[in-house]
Ligand binder design. Structure first.
Ligand code: NAI
Length: 404
């Protein structure tokens, strides 16, 4: 959905010195972490550009707060605001219980066709990690956001529809399925695969990354996951042959030494990938994966570098971008000023980089590294380190503000 007369996403990225950013503070710990994040972003921008650039924050309602005030979990005004200004950042939203919208997050992805879920995973010195050399972890996951088993095509065990599908498969396709089964469908298309892999390779080029790995289970699911791998290679060959080489070419033509400026395209079977990120994280850079693999590997990778509390994310399409904390609303600690705001802060850092505001992003990131490096941690991380003192959410925010 694009309204006439508004700037395109790429025009905003190129030109805007004072963009309007929509922010949805979110439920549970959302207001606490959003408050700290906005202060940190504003100060980073001011440090980088003085008064010459400024973000205009526009509050928009979604989630429980929207339901309380407007009787709607995702009001049309919010959809219109995101549509108009293109870029939003959101805290976590509670999944409505009992009817209406299934998930606000999924609804937003669908409405704005945010086909890439992008999650950078890197280590900050001072964060507890189960790895011996966590500093070797520096990857960015591109998870396909629109299809795969997440498209919601499912029939319940014993239902008329499930029996109809099972009957059709038996009569027309000569496939036998236990009649009591629940049945789900896993569509993976060339168009959606290619738009995801295209965005992953473009990101690799823009950010001077060394490889893009296609993560799939193609040895078993040949026409969905295997096709994902094949279409990924095809796209690289068709559109990026000047800047990419395959791992096979690297071995056969370049004796295993990557030529300068080339991005290596490789693929790994999903189960092996879980082993690889732990044993040889230095061999992986950008990971492009179908929806379900991407979901699994995101949490596994986050666990290697401090967990979801420090894992940022964004959902990006051709016309809109929504940056978000990857964790939930943490109702168990809401309102107690002990939440870790890092996930949302680092999502905002991604947003600054996305806008092309590299200087502000660098200031934010180095202030963040310094704060963590000084052992200033919120309770979720401090509790994993013997003798560490936990800071509150605001206290951590103030320590970070002092380091910008
Ligand atoms: P959760 O991520 O909210 O909490 C899991 C555990 O991690 C809790 O113990 C919580 O205290 C802790 N935690 C999470 N974020 C933290 C932070 N920033 N600092 C310190 N500790 C933190 O997951 P849960 O409990 O499964 O879901 C709660 C609600 O959030 C549900 O309504 C769920 O649907 C929603 N949710 C929303 C998401 C989003 O908006 N992107 C993502 C995941 C869940």
């Amino acid at each position: 959905m694009i309204k006439e007369g508004t700037l395109t996403l790429s025009e905003i990225r190129k030109a805007a010195l004072n963009p309007v950013i929509i922010y949805i503070e979110g439920d549970g710990i959302g207001p606490e972490i959003s408050n700290v994040t906005i202060k940190v972003v504003d100060k980073s921008v001011e440090r980088a550009y003085g008064q010459s650039r400024k973000i205009t924050w526009q509050d928009a309602l979604a989630g429980e707060k929207a339901y309380r005030l407007k009787g709607d979990y995702l009001p049309q005004e919010t959809i219109d605001l995101i549509d108009k200004y293109r870029i939003a950042i959101k805290g976590p939203l509670a999944t409505p219980v009992g009817g209406g919208i299934r998930s606000i997050n999924v609804a937003l992805r669908k409405i704005f066709e945010l086909y890439s879920c992008i999650r950078p995973v890197r280590y900050f010195s001072g964060v507890p990690s189960p790895l011996k050399n966590p500093q070797k972890v520096d990857m960015v996951i591109f998870r396909e956001n629109m299809e795969d088993v997440y498209s919601g095509i499912e029939w319940k065990s014993g239902s008329g529809d499930a029996l109809k599908v099972i009957g059709f498969l038996k009569d027309e396709m000569k496939v036998t399925i236990d009649e009591t089964s629940g049945v789900g469908i896993k569509p993976i298309s060339p168009a959606k695969t290619k738009q995801l892999v295209r965005s992953a390779i473009r990101y690799a080029i823009e950010n001077k990354r060394s490889s893009v790995t296609l993560m799939h289970k193609g040895n078993i699911m040949k026409f969905t996951e295997g096709a994902f791998r094949d279409w990924g290679y095809e796209l690289a060959r068709e559109e990026f042959s000047d800047v990419t080489i395959t791992e096979k070419e690297l071995r056969e033509k370049y004796s295993g030494i990557a030529p300068a400026g080339k991005i290596i395209i490789k693929d790994r079977i999903a189960d092996a990938m879980f082993q690889e990120i732990i044993l040889r994280p230095e061999n992986y850079d950008i990971i492009a994966a179908p929806n379900l693999n991407g979901d699994y590997i995101s949490d596994a990778l986050a666990a290697l570098v401090g967990g979801l509390g420090v894992a940022p994310g964004a959902n990006i399409g051709d016309n809109h971008a929504i940056f978000e904390a990857t964790h939930g609303t943490a109702p168990d600690i809401a309102g107690r000023d002990i939440a870790n705001p890092s996930s949302l802060i680092l999502s905002a850092e991604m947003m600054l980089r996305f806008l092309g505001w590299k200087e502000a992003a660098d200031i934010l990131l180095s202030g963040f590294s310094k704060t963590i490096g000084e052992g200033k941690l919120t309770g979720d991380l401090a509790s994993q380190i013997e003798g560490a003192k936990a800071l509150g959410c605001l206290e951590f925010g103030n320590a970070l503000l002092n380091n910008l």
